[in-house]
Design a protein. Structure first.
Lengths: 583, 97
């Protein structure tokens, strides 16, 4: 069957399932709407957390990024899984015992201050909107390439699905849809990975496959072969690192603490019935995430080897269909610098910046470019985001596998977007209206405000999907940096250090936040020319700035709290209660 | 509840022990000493590369399950486990406001 018909069928079936679940799981109270009535079984919560967490970035982009970074790509793998250890051991059980609806709830109550609550609300909103923009871009890419509708229509379809189940079911609808989305996305990620692993190494387990010998009878280890080819083309060994240890260290720390401090992940642990369930569901979540995260680096090396074999030195005219299809969507570009009709692929930029296509075709039929030539003799530009999506085609897998990957990418983007939209609506309806501006509204009215807030948030997110800000990639570093430098230290000290008072917490949060934001804005927006190791403080790149901000937060908070009055007795009693499961 | 202070102390020392392993496998073996470990072959992988892209993640999973197992035992020992009926934890913070 035709690839496009198959894609419509598989995506259609998954969307029908999501809508069916939404109708079944309608929310009746704010309790249902914000935290699914605290009734979600731990395994279901683990699956929902995994789907919530694994976004378009994890599903679509990560394996591609690692494929181009080699060993340094491990910073995403370790950073985004190691954060769950912090979450499980240091935060989740205690926040569940605290038992409210949101992270700003905890910050506001623990630090007996609406100022602290307000700072927390602003952070939560900023982090969530940043993230949603990225998901919408993912939905747009997938729709425009595979369903051949324009990006606007694609985003509108995606938004109306989310609109339906988020507005109707709130957290309850989102949780059970995410369970279904986890199943779809993990199946869609594993099937092509297993196929490719068998094709290339004969080993059906991708995690073992990329440490095995090639199936072509040469008895050479796959990674050795890849190292050889990469070095030959000037990229250096695939299994060697290029970033400095201090920079890797800080980026991983920022990603870990950021993961543990992200509001849409934390709120998932408010939905289970008990403290014991919060602990185990963090464990389930990490197992389910690890399935994808240990497969991704295998996919990266398979894809890298396949890509080099397929394109390096190939005639443009005889490249497979996928190559020209992606060129049509602007994500691949080729300039025949030496006019030999062959693709020269090696280290360095083929031309300056992102491809800027001109009208007309070159001698081999390739799309012409306006960009100035880069310094390298390299002729090929490949966007990292296409690796996972193109991988089944590169490996010539059957059409239904390609269709499945499309459905998986959409599941990953939609599940994360829904979780984020809920945080946004809760922050507005609960933290802002109920807790501060309109404390006398009834539960019914608050629920109505929450639904309205989701609806508006969906529209704003849709706008970002259709007109994506050009700086999405940079802003994601921002989201993690801010979560690491604001929420993580404040929640941690709130639980483990009773003496921490509101003065310490507020000044710590603000100094961490301002420092991190300033560092990132300076290097990414104001003075991008100086964004290199020579100018960074201590050799830490803006991606790792959250770690410096976090350390500053701890120091400032500690010093200020020592000079100001201690925490009131009522709050101290509350902390004692949070620390113990019973009661 | 018998001894809240003793329970908390054992809890914190367990968490610190587990975080030490967490630090060694990721920051230690996956970043700081990765080049040294890369000299050793582990099946088809350089060992440091394998720790950074695979091994550390498996150990993270194991650490959480060890934590869950030990904490459930600790809850029993100090008699602070939750009963099986659902406790409305919302009431808990009332005193703090």
């Amino acid at each position: 069957m035709d690839i496009q018909v198959l894609t419509y069928i598989i995506v259609g079936i998954t969307f029908a399932i999501y809508i069916g679940i939404a109708v079944w799981a309608k929310a009746g109270t704010t309790d249902d709407f914000y935290v699914a009535g605290h009734h979600v079984p731990p395994l279901a919560n683990g699956m929902a957390t995994a789907a919530d967490w694994m976004s378009a970035a994890s599903f679509i982009s990560m394996a591609g990024i690692i494929s181009f970074m080699g060993r340094d790509g491990s910073m995403y793998l370790m950073g985004w899984t190691g954060g769950y250890v912090l979450l499980a051991l240091l935060l989740a059980p205690y926040l569940r015992k605290f038992g409210q609806f949101t992270v700003p709830d905890f910050v506001g109550d623990r630090y007996y201050s609406n100022a602290a609550r307000t700072v927390a609300v602003i952070c939560a909103l900023f982090i969530s909107f940043t993230y949603v923009a990225g998901q919408m871009r993912g939905v747009g890419i997938v729709f425009s390439r595979f369903l051949e509708v324009d990006i606007t229509t694609g985003v509108l379809i995606g938004m109306s699905i989310i609109f339906f189940y988020a507005v109707l079911g709130g957290m309850k609808g989102i949780t059970y849809t995410q369970v279904a989305q986890y199943c779809v996305l993990i199946f869609a990620f594993m099937v092509p990975a297993i196929f490719i692993s068998i094709l290339m190494t004969g080993n059906p387990v991708p995690q073992l496959g990329f440490g095995s010998t090639l199936a072509d009878g040469s008895e050479i280890y796959l990674l050795d072969k890849l190292n050889g080819l990469s070095s030959e083309l000037g990229f250096g060994n695939y299994t060697d690192g290029r970033k400095s240890s201090i920079d890797m260290f800080c980026i991983v720390a920022a990603l870990m603490a950021g993961t543990a401090g992200l509001p849409h992940v934390i709120v998932r642990f408010f939905t289970v019935p008990k403290v014991r369930d919060a602990r185990i569901s963090a464990g389930y979540a990490l197992v389910l995430i690890a399935i994808l995260y240990t497969t991704a680096p295998a996919v990266s090396s398979f894809a890298r080897l396949n890509l080099i074999n397929t394109v390096s030195g190939a005639d443009y005219i005889s490249t497979p269909d996928w190559f020209k299809n992606w060129e049509a969507t602007d994500l691949i570009a080729w300039r025949d610098k030496n006019n030999d009709g062959k693709i020269q692929y090696m280290a360095g930029n083929a031309f300056e910046g992102k491809p800027d296509f001109a009208d007309g075709r070159g001698a081999s039929g390739e799309r012409l470019l306006k960009n100035a030539d880069g310094e390298s003799a390299n002729e090929l530009y490949i966007d990292q985001d296409i690796i996972v999506l193109a991988n089944p085609e590169i490996a010539r897998l059957p059409n239904w596998v390609v269709a499945l990957v499309v459905a998986g990418g959409l599941a990953a983007a939609l599940s994360t977007a829904a979780g984020l939209l809920l945080v946004i609506s809760t922050s507005i309806a609960h933290d802002l209206f109920k807790k501060m501006l309109l404390p006398n509204i009834t539960d019914k009215q608050e629920l109505m405000y929450a639904r309205m807030a989701v609806a508006i948030a969906v529209l704003i997110a849709g706008y970002f999907g259709i007109n994506p800000p050009g700086f999405v990639a940079q802003v994601v570093a921002f989201a993690f940096g801010l979560a690491a430098s604001s929420f993580f230290p404040i929640i941690l000290m709130g639980i483990f250090y009773k003496r921490m008072n509101k003065e310490g917490a507020i000044s710590g949060m603000i100094s961490g936040l301002v420092f991190t934001a300033a560092y990132i804005i300076y290097f990414k927006f104001i003075n991008p020319g100086t964004d290199n190791a020579g100018h960074w403080w201590f050799g830490v790149s803006p991606e790792g700035a959250g770690t410096l901000g976090m350390i500053l937060n701890f120091i400032v908070a500690y010093c200020v709290s020592k000079m100001t009055p201690p925490t009131p007795q009522t709050v101290q009693d509350m902390i004692e209660k949070i620390r113990i499961p019973r009661g | 509840m018998k001894d809240a202070r003793g329970y908390w102390k054992e809890n914190v020392s367990l968490v610190l022990k587990l975080l030490t392993f967490w630090f060694i496998v990721s920051y230690g073996m996956g970043i700081l000493y990765v080049d040294y470990l890369d000299r050793f072959q582990f099946f088809g992988f350089p060992f440091g590369f394998w720790m950074a892209q695979q091994g550390s993640i498996y150990i993270f999973v194991a650490l959480i399950f060890i934590y869950v197992f030990k904490m459930n035992k600790l809850d029993k020992k100090y008699d602070v486990e939750e009963s099986d009926d659902h406790i409305p934890a919302e009431d808990l913070t009332k005193g703090g406001q």
